[in-house]
Design a binder for this molecule. Structure first.
Ligand code: ACK
Length: 273
């Protein structure tokens, strides 16, 4: 009834097409730490016949990674190959698969993740110190409105591929040099095939505040539960990086939602929006 990509194996031929020579890759500093890996900035020489080395992001496993973690990174690469190119999704550029260490080469997002972007904007605007006589309508900000639309387009692309993200949140949206929002982090993503359902079997750390009631209750994920998470992302935008359901402990989330509780309109969100 339900399928996952867990049992996908590497199609060697499909894989060759993405192979990039490791010697043409110059790895730089760590950009961020993921659940089981790390992302470095890097320069790739000869990528797409570009003459000068192109700045890219490279995901690798931490040292002494477990077999499960190795598998998870392979699944992530599978997922990126499957999802293909879209302007609002972090695109795969290549991979190094030889020499026992898997490197995933992806496009570099110069402005980092959306959550940090929002928090910086909040500081710049002196957001917390605004008073009622000088109201600020965050949802009238062109960049923020545009991000909301672009994330929707990226997610719509995933839906068209029957791909469920399962961890959509501002921290998993990256902003490119040219201010394009890109959905990233397919670590948790799963294809749903015909049924449109995915049931999570094992318990990892879960993004409770972004999860729909049915995901919280029974681990059921669909495109519709991604839409719920998208709503929470809109709330993160309207609050310039606030933590959803402030003051509510995660273990009370399900009960609150079940009893009908929903977050109120954020103060700086326009009425119309
Ligand atoms: O904004 P950050 O600190 O920078 O949060 C994430 C972090 O790694 C963990 O995923 C950085 N990161 C990940 N992928 C990319 C990318 N493609 N381009 C730039 N930075 C990235 C990001």
């Amino acid at each position: 009834r339900h399928h996952s990509v867990d049992n996908l194996y590497f199609d060697k031929k499909q894989y060759l097409q993405w192979e990039f020579p490791k010697k043409n890759l110059k790895i730089g500093r760590i950009l961020g730490q993921g659940a089981f890996g790390q992302v470095h900035e890097a320069w790739a020489e000869g990528l797409d016949s570009v003459v000068k080395p192109e700045k890219v992001a490279v995901k690798t496993l931490r040292e002494r990674a477990t077999a499960e973690e190795k598998e998870a990174l392979k699944v992530e690469l599978d997922q990126m190959i499957y999802v293909g190119n879209h302007p609002n999704v972090i695109n795969l550029l290549g991979a190094c698969t030889y020499g026992g260490q898997l490197l995933i080469i992806m496009e570099y997002a110069a402005h980092g993740n959306l959550l940090n972007y929002l928090k910086n904007k909040s500081l710049q605007l002196d957001f917390a110190y605004r008073d009622a006589t000088n109201p600020l309508i965050v949802t009238e900000d062109k960049d923020i409105l545009s991000f909301a639309w672009q994330i929707a387009k990226g997610m719509s692309h995933l839906e068209s591929l029957k791909c469920i993200h399962r961890d959509l949140a501002a921290r998993n949206i990256l902003i490119s040099e040219t201010m394009v929002a890109k959905v990233s982090d397919f670590g948790l993503a799963r294809e749903a095939y015909e049924s449109g359902y995915y049931f999570k079997e094992s318990k990892g750390r879960l993004p409770f505040r972004w999860m729909s009631p049915e995901s919280l209750l029974s681990g059921q994920y669909t495109t519709k539960s991604d839409v719920w998470s998208y709503g929470v992302v809109l709330w993160e935008m309207a609050t310039l990086g606030g933590t959803p359901y402030p003051g509510i402990p995660p273990e009370q989330m399900y009960e609150m939602l079940r009893s009908g509780y929903r977050m109120p309109r954020p103060e700086h969100c326009g009425q119309e929006m």
